[in-house]
Design a protein around this ligand. Structure first.
Ligand SMILES: [Ca+2]
Ligand SMILES: [Ca+2]
Ligand SMILES: [Ca+2]
Length: 302
């Protein structure tokens, strides 16, 4: 026998037993009623009893329903109350948030305005800084230039002070000052060459006459003294040259001079026949003659 067939047989047996039990129940009920005929009074009593039982059942259900309704109602009230409370709470929070938002917006606007103002101020300060930097650079350049100029002026001052000191020394030694030059006349006589050598040893050279004013100063200062000056035609006869190499342009020859007397006069003296009435006191002399001499030194050469 297969398992399915066995199961079907078993289920059929179970259903058969249940049918048998039902039959027994109905039979017992009939048996209960069977002992005698049921009277109307008994039937009415039974109905009342049944009706009473039915009313007791209704009353309990009603109480149960009411209880449920009351509970539900309370729950609804509680729920409504909770909703209202939450609504108020949210409303208050929304108001607070809106107020906070408004404040933050105002604060943001103020910050933006402040930022804009600060940016503008920063730009102005940057421009000002650039201008100040340029000005500082200019001032530094000016300061450097002024320092250099100050150094140059101090050096010039020192040079001038030294020149002034040397000038005072020369004047104490007997030198005469005229128009940016110093003049020294010897106290002894020497040949033209030795005289020039003496002048060079004194940091100068024989006198060069550059103007009539200088010639008149010499005539006035050194009187009738005949003295060598730095003029010679020793290189080329008749071509007179000064010691600095310049050619003769302003001449102050005495009448008849230069005559190259004896063919041996190549050096020049001033103060020849000086009477004080004429500036022309030059004459050519033999260079080997011993005469006084005049040295000239520019103050710039001090
Ligand atoms: Ca001169
Ligand atoms: Ca001559
Ligand atoms: Ca002469």
């Amino acid at each position: 026998m297969y398992p399915d067939e066995y199961e079907n047989i078993h289920q059929t047996e179970e259903r058969g037993e249940m049918v048998e039990m039902e039959v027994e129940i109905y039979e017992s009920a009939d048996t209960v009623r069977a002992p005698g005929p049921i009277t109307d009074k008994e039937d009415e009593s039974t109905k009342k009893e049944l009706h009473s039982q039915h009313n007791d059942g209704d009353s309990a259900g009603s109480r149960c329903y009411r209880l449920v309704a009351v509970v539900l109602g309370l729950l609804c009230v509680l729920l409504l109350t909770a909703i209202i409370l939450l609504w108020f709470k949210f409303a208050v929070e929304i108001d607070q948030l809106q107020a906070t938002n408004s404040n933050l917006t105002a604060e943001r606007d103020q910050l933006q305005t402040s930022y804009t103002n600060l940016t503008t101020e920063k730009d102005k300060l940057q421009i000002s800084n650039t201008n100040l930097t340029a000005e500082r650079d200019q001032l530094q350049t000016s300061y450097t230039n002024l320092n250099m100029k100050k150094y140059q002026l101090q050096k010039e001052r020192d040079d001038l002070q030294k020149r002034l000191s040397d000038l005072k020394t020369k004047i104490r030694e007997g030198w005469k000052y005229f128009s940016s030059s110093l003049y020294y006349i010897s106290t002894e006589k020497k040949s033209w060459s030795e005289s020039r050598q003496d002048c060079r040893e004194r940091g100068s050279d024989l006198l060069i006459i550059n103007s009539i004013e200088e010639q008149e100063f010499i005539n006035k200062e050194f009187g009738r003294t005949e003295a060598w000056i730095g003029l010679t035609d020793a290189v080329t006869e008749g071509i007179w040259k000064w010691m600095d190499g310049s050619v003769l342009t302003t001449e102050f020859w005495w009448t008849g001079e230069p005559n190259d007397y004896g063919g041996d006069e190549d050096c020049v003296i001033t103060g020849f026949h000086n009477t004080g009435f004429s500036s022309s006191t030059w004459a050519d002399y033999p260079c080997h003659r011993s005469e006084f001499w005049i040295c000239e030194k520019g103050v710039t050469e001090l």
